[in-house]
Design a protein around this ligand. Structure first.
Ligand code: NAP
Length: 474
């Protein structure tokens, strides 16, 4: 399928784009590689002003970019606006901190004066999903631009408008040609780019299916990779949780971005003393949701990104119910041809249900009843994924104690899940590997080059070729 923007609210085909040509791919590889060679010698401070300028462009033109995203994949306009501002914050953060974070680290060593220098790694391929069409690009672009790694972008086939708008903003911020090159690649072309000698790393955010395929291409070609994949995050309601806070946050943790967030709370695991109240309140909140035009400020639930995604989710719900789950709630039908999925609550999902442990990427909540906090942690860990999580408990300390026992990449205690420039993002198990954002995210694609210097060689009776432990012994 070619790249297409189909507005999921109106079903209008807005624009279609052909796949990249061989010449376009070659040109992208050669100009990004040439830029890497130049950047290898330029200090970080030569690039950070561009990130400041990019942040300013995003803030100044927030509404313009937000509308492009909403038309591409249907999210609420207000959420698109928030996403643009978050992108500006990420650009600003690396503009302000990259130099400091990338300073060489001195190492005390008997080998000599040792330091670990952070150099660019080379040209990267970023394969990104549609659910946060700007933020997903910025997560990889800002840190790596600061480092000096040029990027070839392969965005999702359904968000080409966002890909072009982001690329244009980077160009207008004054980034040199080749800093971020968007290509409308098909899967075979992705593999060809990964195999090219000029490319050194691949960052993918997406599904386990896409991740497995791209990670194996990267592995086959010995290219460094990070994989930010799916999740079935737990939202634990501990025995002593403050239910007012839980009832306020829980529906939003599931329905934000029409439920299409990798770190959405997909499994609510509730201790039995709170279960009945929790379920009743979640039903009330889901019933109060207003589905409609994503550009309308009164709408609180947007359509899903595409007809295909809606049909896939409907099949998952049907399979879950056929497998013994209870359809505890379904929102009233909506009078629209938009790709709306009615907010749904499933209970009684047993281990033998075909949907147990599967990611449902839309406004569907699974609610589980457990005896106590220990059983809640046990159920949270009974998953092939480990991306995020939320814990509500009587105190921050008790919540944090439970959080630390969950096998996952990131947990928020007594608060909403958020992604911020300074906080590491990433998962374990089938949710992938590596981190984006934060200080760790900044070093995912650097060449940590060790330089050891001395005025004269260190020798001993073994004739000069000394290993450190020999020096210790002598
Ligand atoms: P997806 O199908 O894996 O697509 C993500 C990107 O990978 C798209 O650009 C897609 O291209 C590309 N892709 C998929 N298969 C490929 C292959 N075999 N070769 C080359 N490229 C390939 O994921 P999605 O379903 O659109 O996105 C939702 C998933 O992403 C969910 O599982 C969600 O949890 C996860 N996600 C994770 C994070 C995180 O940070 N961990 C964040 C957001 C979303 P096409 O569009 O052309 O197919």
């Amino acid at each position: 399928m070619a790249y297409q923007t189909i507005n999921p609210y109106t079903n209008e085909l807005v624009k279609e784009y052909p796949f990249a040509t061989d010449d376009e791919i070659e040109e992208a590889l050669s100009k990004t590689y040439a830029l890497y060679k130049k950047w290898r010698n330029d200090p970080v401070s030569t690039r950070t002003p561009v990130l400041h300028k990019l942040a300013q462009i995003l803030r100044d033109e927030k509404d313009h970019f937000a509308k492009i995203m909403t038309v591409d994949m249907g999210k609420l306009y207000v959420e698109s606006q928030g996403e643009v501002l978050l992108c500006a914050d990420i650009a600003e953060y690396y503009a302000d901190h990259a130099e400091e974070f990338l300073r060489p680290r001195q190492i005390a060593s008997i080998a000599g004066d040792a330091q670990l220098e952070n150099h660019p790694l080379g040209v990267l391929l970023a394969v990104e999903p549609w659910n946060f069409p700007f933020y997903q690009i910025m997560r990889i672009f800002a840190p790596n631009f600061a480092i000096g790694d040029p990027i070839i972008l392969k965005h999702a086939a359904i968000t080409p408008g966002s890909a072009l708008a982001f690329e244009d903003a980077v160009r207008r911020a004054g980034a040199p040609d080749g800093s971020l090159v968007n290509l409308f690649l098909n899967y075979d072309q992705v593999s060809d780019v990964i195999a090219d000698k000029r490319l050194q790393g691949v960052a993918l955010t997406g599904s386990e299916r896409g991740g497995t395929s791209v990670a194996s291409e990267a592995g086959k070609n010995l290219k460094k990779s990070t994989m930010e994949l799916g999740g079935i995050d737990a939202f634990i309601v501990a025995h002593d949780a403050d239910m007012d806070a839980v009832n306020d946050i829980a529906p939003r943790a599931r329905l934000y971005n029409a439920g299409q967030v990798c770190t959405s709370s997909k499994r609510f695991i509730v201790t039995e003393n709170h279960y009945d109240e929790f379920l009743a309140e979640l039903k009330k909140s889901f019933a109060a949701v207003k589905l409609g035009d994503p550009m309308d400020p009164n709408t609180t639930l947007a359509p899903m990104n595409s007809k295909k995604a809606k049909e896939k989710l409907q099949k998952q719900v049907d399979d879950a119910v056929a497998g013994g789950a209870t359809l505890a709630f379904e929102h009233d039908p909506v009078d629209s041809d938009g790709q709306f999925f009615l907010p749904t609550i499933l209970t009684d999902i047993k281990k033998d249900n075909p949907m147990y442990g599967k990611e449902m990427f839309g406004p569907v909540a699974q609610v589980y009843k457990v005896k106590d906090d220990d059983e809640a942690v046990e159920l949270a860990n009974d998953a092939d994924y480990g991306l995020g999580g939320i814990v509500f408990a009587g105190t921050a300390e008790h919540g944090a104690e439970l959080a630390s026992r969950i096998e996952t990449g990131q947990v928020y205690v007594n608060t909403f899940f958020s992604s911020l420039p300074e906080l590491e993002f990433g998962g374990v198990k089938n949710s992938g590997y590596g981190r984006e954002l934060g200080q760790t995210g900044l070093t995912s694609f650097v060449n940590q080059e060790l330089v050891v210097k001395r005025d004269k060689p260190n020798t001993n009776e073994f004739g000069g070729l000394v290993l450190p432990f020999h020096l210790h012994e002598n």
